[in-house]
Design a protein around this ligand. Structure first.
Ligand SMILES: Nc1ncnc2c1ncn2[C@@H]1O[C@H](COP(=O)(O)OP(=O)(O)O)[C@@H](O)[C@H]1O
Ligand SMILES: [Mg+2]
Length: 267
């Protein structure tokens, strides 16, 4: 592995520098190669936008980072740990430090925003809770604070199935913050939202990433949103990294060219 084309120093050389570190990752489902020799690193506190058309391998890559899939070849380090080789208990411990945000939000619709956020702390509690008042006061205070950080404190008692998509995703972000994550993996978190809500959700994620020094790896298919919010852009096409660059030196036109669809929409 020494002397690979990648200029990324290894974790051993610089421990703690990376939240995510993938080297030479190869992933296939049956005979179909989905990720091919992928190198990718997310520095601590960095916001990396992962772009690429449908089927490029973005969701698969995020699942490898979270230990939901394992690689055939290559290595994955998530917060310094290999999710594929750690024990079940180790994986559980790792996942408490890794927040996940999906396109589908994953909230319980019939429960209030507050209760959904509180559920983000369930891993720290020893038994299930029913109703906001069954949670310890410190957690209720933390939940309200996190709702406030995403601009949703006023709607804390509202059922989640009555909130707009953008509001639901903000609640989902607040829920993830209850874990005190060091890394947030977001899989097309704004794919089902209108442009204004998309911009707001990403702006909130980026601000929280800066304020709390949380690393973010976020897949997106809108080139402009990626450029506006990420520190760095990694583009995948057909399972290969075709671009890895600082966002501020990249233009939307060039990114679209690499993206391969010509108009930047999902292919
Ligand atoms: N569990 C699975 N079993 C078989 N094929 C899969 C599985 N998950 C993803 N794939 C395939 O892997 C490729 C990449 O999918 P995915 O990672 O979801 O891409 P993206 O998120 O960029 O749209 C697609 O061709 C998809 O059909
Ligand atoms: Mg996907």
């Amino acid at each position: 592995m020494r002397g690979r084309r990648s200029a990324i120093p290894t974790a051993a050389e610089e421990p703690g520098r990376y939240a995510v570190e993938m080297r030479g990752v190869h992933k296939a489902f049956g005979a179909v190669t989905v990720l091919d020799d992928v190198d990718l690193a997310v520095r601590r506190g960095e916001f990396v936008g992962l772009v690429g058309p449908s089927g490029a391998g973005k969701s698969t890559l995020l699942r490898l980072v979270n230990g939901m899939h394992t690689v055939e070849r290559g290595s994955v380090r998530t917060l310094g740990t290999d999710p594929a080789t750690c024990s079940r208990r180790g994986l559980r411990a790792l996942r408490t430090k890794v927040g996940f945000a999906f396109q589908q939000f994953g909230l319980v619709g019939r429960l209030s925003a507050m209760e959904n956020v509180l559920m983000g702390a369930l891993a720290t509690l020893r038994w299930p809770r029913y109703g906001v008042m069954s949670y310890p006061r410190a957690l209720r205070v933390a939940a309200l604070e996190n709702l406030d950080r995403v601009g949703m404190a006023d709607q804390r008692f509202q059922r989640c199935d009555t909130l707009s998509g953008g509001q639901q995703q903000r609640v989902a972000v607040a829920r993830t913050l209850m874990q005190g994550p060091q890394l947030i993996l977001a899989d097309e978190p704004v794919a089902s939202l209108d442009p204004a809500s998309s911009a707001l959700v990403l702006d909130i994620l980026r601000r929280i990433s800066r304020e709390d020094d949380i690393s973010v790896l976020c897949s997106l298919h809108q080139v402009e949103l990626a450029l506006a919010n990420a520190d760095r852009i990694v583009a995948l096409r057909a399972g290969r990294v075709v671009l890895d660059e600082a966002a501020d030196t990249l233009t939307a036109d060039r990114l679209r060219t690499v993206y391969g669809t010509g108009d930047g929409t999902d292919g």
